[in-house]
Write a protein of this length. Structure first.
Length: 223
């Protein structure tokens, strides 16, 4: 009889322990999710610059690689553009070189602002040239000499360039904002990890309860 009661009590303990572990796991996941959300809200500029910068750096490397590996085709396409031959030859070398320089500048954190600004300038020049081609300033059948895998028309190329121009310009503004905040930390909105943790309601309430218990314990000790 005693063994039976002991087995029943052990089973009841295990059954009661399982929901408590599940609740603890859910509570831990909710805390982690809230911490991640709060961190993203606090450092959204740095996260956005990292994402946009990685996108532009990958694009420049990809396009430059295609132009250099298919250099003869790139040179032929450049010679068909409405430029004097010496200038077209110069652009065939200068454009992929400039794209690689922009990628390198973005990749190094100390020159990221210059890389994003240089990327915005390159995209401005490319977008302006594509816009003039759409308006048929030079010829009605001007070939599109882009460095993408799939050859697209001038209009789609213009939309794509405008999108990249907005991304590079916005990334440049965010990077400038970040550097300005570091130079003037008092005026910035820098939030450290302790402030992030304190701003989460669940953790804030637990900290207050812990401080309250310590205060009560200290009071009883004095009495």
């Amino acid at each position: 009889m005693n063994n039976t009661n002991r087995q029943i009590s052990q089973q009841d303990f295990q059954i009661g322990k399982t929901p408590s572990l599940a609740k603890a796991g859910i509570r831990l996941l909710s805390r982690f999710a809230m911490l991640v959300i709060r961190f993203c809200l606090a450092y959204w500029k740095e996260i956005a610059v990292t994402c946009y910068g990685s996108l532009m750096m990958g694009l420049w490397i990809f396009v430059a690689y295609n132009k250099l590996t298919g250099f003869e085709q790139n040179m032929e396409g450049m010679l068909r553009q409405p430029f004097p031959r010496p200038f077209a030859v110069f652009l065939a070398y200068a454009i992929p070189g400039s794209e690689l320089i922009a990628a390198l500048l973005i990749g190094y954190h100390r020159t990221r602002l210059f890389g994003l600004g240089f990327s915005a300038l390159l995209m401005t020049a490319f977008t302006a040239y594509v816009g003039l081609a759409i308006l048929h300033v030079w010829s009605d059948k001007l070939p599109c000499n882009c460095g993408l895998i799939i050859q697209i028309g001038w209009k789609k190329h213009f939309v794509f360039n405008v999108f990249l121009l907005l991304i590079s310009s916005w990334a440049f503004v965010l990077q400038w904002w970040i550097l300005k905040s570091k130079l003037n930390p008092d005026k910035g909105n820098k939030i450290d990890s302790s402030k992030i943790t304190w701003s989460i309601p669940i953790w804030r309430n637990e900290k207050r309860e812990t401080l309250h218990r310590l205060k009560c314990k200290h009071t009883h000790t004095k009495e």
